[in-house]
Write a protein that binds this ligand. Structure first.
Ligand SMILES: C[S@@+](CC[C@H](N)C(=O)[O-])C[C@H]1O[C@@H](n2cnc3c(N)ncnc32)[C@H](O)[C@@H]1O
Length: 231
């Protein structure tokens, strides 16, 4: 039997729908921005978004005016707090649900519901009743394990619940373009999952290329992964 050491490592897909997954940013530039992103605080909490994606989420929130934001991967809660604050700033009734294997115990905000759950099987955490209570349009942000399996499970779960106009963002496919060896452990999970899912859902989802390329070709941590349900 071949053991894991001899298993061929998966490759990142080159493209999907004619769009390359590569970002216009060099590996050196990515690395220095990543260093800053991993140290970013929002209201004293870790807020692990690239500066490009902070701006892109702002464009999307302003345009989509989501009634609910669902985040998979909470960490310190900085992004959940930021999403809630941006909804409030945009005059929206803020409703954020944030799922993590281990939700933060030191953060409480009436606009945010922290839920313990596993990206691989969200049905236990995001129950029928909870989802039915969340008005559309939805903005879903997957930012948890970054593996092919987890990203695919999240995409498939939400495929049963998204309606036309909703968005789902699969974060951190850019790790495939980073030079640091430790990112190899993700095995290009986000890009592979996005490529597979879009290939299986040809008519249902579209890539928001204008958002992906807002700052230059895939100058985002989420290449080709700002997805809109079109049908
Ligand atoms: C990158 S951090 C999230 C960062 C946060 N969204 C932000 O922007 O500040 C990833 C989080 O995903 C969680 N996580 C990892 N695997 C998970 C899984 N299978 N299901 C749910 N959460 C998971 C980790 O506990 C960690 O808190």
């Amino acid at each position: 039997m071949p053991n894991d050491q001899h298993r061929a490592r998966p490759q990142s897909p080159d493209q999907v729908r004619g769009r390359s997954f590569r970002t216009a940013l060099s590996a050196e530039t990515l690395s220095s921005i990543q260093t800053g992103a991993l140290q970013t605080l929002y209201r004293d909490r870790g807020f692990l978004k690239s500066p490009f994606d902070v701006a892109l989420y702002l464009q999307l929130i302003g345009r989509l005016r989501p009634a609910s934001i669902i985040e998979i991967g909470t960490k310190h809660g900085g992004s959940a707090l930021w999403f809630a604050d941006q909804m409030t700033a945009h005059g929206l009734r803020a409703r954020v649900v944030s799922v993590d294997l281990s939700p933060p115990a030191d953060l409480s905000d009436a606009r945010i519901q922290f839920v313990a759950g596993d990206a691989h099987d969200l049905s236990a955490a995001l129950t029928h009743d909870l989802l039915a209570s969340l008005p559309h349009p939805w903005l879903v942000s997957e930012d948890s394990a970054h593996t092919f399996e987890a990203c695919t499970a999240v995409l498939r779960f939400f495929d049963n619940h998204l309606v036309v106009g909703d968005y789902i963002v699969i974060e951190d496919g850019v790790l495939s373009d980073m030079a640091e060896r430790h990112y190899e452990t993700y095995e290009h999970g986000p890009n592979r999952a996005v490529e597979r899912f879009l290939s299986e859902h040809v008519d249902t989802y579209e890539i928001d290329g204008a958002l992906c390329d807002f700052f230059g070709q895939n100058v985002t941590w989420n290449p080709n992964a700002w997805l809109r349900r079109a049908r």
